[in-house]
Every structure is written in C-alpha cells, then in structure tokens.
Design a protein around this ligand. Structure first.
Ligand SMILES: *Cc1c(COP(=O)(O)O)cnc(C)c1O
Length: 404
C-alpha cells in the first residue's frame, strides 16, 4: 500500500496519530553501519522509546544509550545484554545506581556520583567497571570549553584516572557528547579529532585502560527543505582513518557513536485532521486536532519565530531546530489554494503551528500531516493538557502491516 493510502485508512480510525516506518528505520541504520563498519552504534532511546522502534533498531545490532533507569530496564526487557546498555545521565539517584548496576554500564557524570557507585559496589562486594562522561576543554568549533552541567571537567579527569581512590570502581571508558544536529562533516571531523587527541593524552598521562571511547552524537538530518545532507561517506572515511591510527597503540579500544534522530527522525510522520475552519477579520483559521499537545515542536518553532528578531534563531535541541524544520502537507491533489493560519483545538491562543501559509483549501475531516516527526515528537509533547484524547503511535512494519 502507498503511504498516502496508509494515512487515509488510519485516519478513518484515528483523529491524530504518529506513523513510524520500519523500512525507513532499517535503511537509515544500514547507512550508518555501511559507512562506519568498525564503529559500534548506540540508539539514544530518549528520541523515541516506542517499543517497535526500539526493537527494530536493537535488531540492527545497535546498543542502547539509556538516559534513565527506565530506559535501562526497557532495553533489558527487550533483550539487550548489560554490556550493550550504556547508562549516561546527570543526577542519578542511589536507587537509579542500584537498579542499573547489574543491568548496564554506568557512565558516571560527576565525582560525587563515582563515590556513590563505589559505595553501592562495596555493599554488593564487587568491583564495578564504569565509564566517565567528560566535559572537555573544547567545543565543536572552539579549542576551549566552558562550564557544563554534564560530565566531569577535563582538567580533573587526568588525576582521576591516574589515581582512582575508589577501591570498588574501575574506570575503563570515556563518554563525550556536546551537541546534536550538525550537518557539516568538516565540523564533526574536527570534533572527532579532538576526542581522539584527548583519548591519546589520557592513555599517555594516566596509563589507564580505555576499553571504549563514546563520541556521543552530532550526526544531523535534513529538517528544512533548504538543508544540505551531511556527507556521511566522507565522515565514515575520516573515522576509519583515525581508527587505524588509534589501533596501533590501542588495539582493543572500541569506538561508540550514539544516534537518536538519524535512526528515526525522518522515518516518522505526525498526522492530524481538520476539525473546524473559520474566517475572522480576514484571517482564515484551520483548526486541527492535537497540535501543541500532539506534536509540540512546530508550535515551539512558531512561538520562537514570533519572539525572535533573528531570521535564523539559534537552535536549542531537541526543542527547537529551525523555523522551517517541519513541512505541513495534505493529501489533496491540485485545486483551490488559500492563505491560512494553522492552529490547534486547545483553549490557548499559543496553540499555533503556522501563520499565513498557502495550503490547498481544507475542510472538516481533511488530513494534514507533518514531516520529521519520528524523533523528539511523542516523547517531548505534553499530552495531558486539557484532558484531550492522545494521539496513538502506529508502526508500519516491513510487511506493510500497521501495528499499534
Ligand atoms: C540526546 C542524546 C543523543 C542523541 O542525539 P541525536 O541528536 O538525537 O542523535 C546522544 N547522546 C546523548 C548523550 C544525548 O543526550
């Protein structure tokens, strides 16, 4: 069945829904595997925790980037081994540590947290291997860093690794993640380069074991129709060359890269329906089911566009990417067009997703769908506001069947 027909059929049952596409997820993850054959990929579950989606990506041999104990447990329940679940998040409680310590590789986010993991390990009578998240003294584009709520400052890491005071802890891996959604391969190459240099310095100065280097995310996707795709082939080649160098001195060090949006972002749509239309003092409003409270990101983009004097306000991932990150499409073929403002059905005036755009003439029951809704869509959206019926999440599998 063609995508348009799938949308139409499901829209007969549901007024608003997400539609994820398994074929697309497999394609996107294959692109990564083919271009980075020596890299181990982790899926950042927080981008979309739908079980069909997560399962599909795990079946592509991805590990888990878990951002909470809940995501550790979900990965575990879906059958991932504890050596493939990396738990990295700020502010883990003692209960989180206790719940995750046997089921994942914990990446400590602070010096105090290392002490807490040490205490829990001692109680269990074991030595726990952990990684540490580093706040490096660089950014994607600069050779200096700054304060961050994430990780342990680079200047403290050398001492920590050289003389770890915690008897029930062994530090054997590092994690760095600074930024999402980069489309410039050159900038990502510089970033990876700095990580490789940091890792080499750590090895030399601390004589420590580095079983893995987790280089975080950064791999972006095209949101706007004006975005140029990232040159993934070139980036893959760069990492392969770097790895060859690294392997000379660190033959057993694994390289990990985490992705959320690259796996799923473009493989999900958000579909909604027109529930009313009206013209008020010259503006035609198309009222849609569940916009801000179904897929919040277009509403945020519209709001930022209103308040910012910048033509291109800076991104704040994952809430805001750019003003033109989402396309609003219909299934109407050619015909009459009109200038409309797309709003939602909530009792708040901020529930607006697009103002004065040209759309085919829309009436009650017509379908409107939005692109790039696979990642940070359902998971980010406050659906409880005003006790509306929530959109469902549907998944089209490789046989073309739609499952809930
Ligand atoms: C959210 C997150 C990611 C995933 O980012 P994407 O841009 O969706 O690929 C990766 N690593 C960490 C640490 C994150 O917090």
């Amino acid at each position: 069945m063609k995508l348009g027909e799938v949308i139409k059929t499901q829209a007969e049952k549901y007024d608003s829904f997400y539609l994820y596409n398994q074929v697309g997820i497999i394609k996107s993850t294959n692109i990564l595997k083919e271009n980075f054959p020596q890299v181990e990929f982790l899926y950042s579950i927080k981008s979309n925790s739908n079980n069909h989606v997560v399962n599909t990506i795990f079946n592509q041999n991805f590990g888990a980037d878990a951002a909470s104990l809940g995501e550790v447990l979900l990965s575990h329940e879906l059958g991932l081994g504890s050596d493939k679940i990396y738990y990295s998040a700020p502010g883990k409680t003692i209960a989180d540590i206790k719940g995750a310590i046997e089921k994942s590789i914990i990446i400590a986010d602070s010096i105090d947290e290392i002490k807490r993991i040490d205490t829990v390990s001692k109680e269990l009578g074991k030595v726990t291997k952990i990684g540490v998240r580093i706040n490096p003294n660089f950014s994607f584009t600069e050779n200096s860093g700054g304060s961050s709520k994430f990780g342990i400052d680079e200047e403290l890491i050398y001492e920590l690794l050289a003389e770890n005071q915690c008897k029930n802890i062994e530090i054997n891996g590092i994690h760095i993640h600074l930024k999402s959604q980069e489309l410039n391969a050159n900038i990502l190459e510089q970033y990876y380069n700095k990580i490789f240099t940091l890792a080499t310095n750590l090895k030399e100065k601390c004589n420590c074991k580095l079983d893995y280097i987790n280089m975080g995310s950064g791999i972006g996707i095209e949101y706007s129709i004006n975005d140029n795709p990232l040159d993934i082939k070139r980036l893959g080649q760069f990492v392969a060359n770097k790895l060859e160098e690294l392997k000379k001195t660190n033959p057993n060090t694994k390289i990990l890269i985490e992705v959320g949006r690259y796996a799923i972002g473009k493989n999900g749509l958000y579909v909604t329906k027109v529930v009313d239309r009206k013209t008020s003092y010259g503006t035609t409003f198309i009222i849609l089911k569940n916009t801000l409270n179904g897929f919040i990101r277009p509403s945020i983009a519209n709001l930022i566009g209103k308040y910012s004097t910048d033509k291109k306000p800076i991104a704040s991932e994952p809430l805001f990417t750019s003003l033109d990150a989402f396309q609003f499409l219909t299934l109407k073929e050619s015909g009459e067009k009109e200038k409309v403002t797309l709003v939602g059905n909530l009792c708040t005036a901020t529930d607006v997703i697009a103002e004065d755009i040209i759309m085919p003439k829309l009436c009650y029951g017509d379908i409107v769908f939005m692109t790039n809704a696979g990642s940070y869509g359902a998971v980010l959206t406050p659906m409880q506001f005003s006790t509306q019926e929530k959109p469902v999440e549907l998944f089209v599998n490789t046989s073309g069947e739609v499952v809930e």
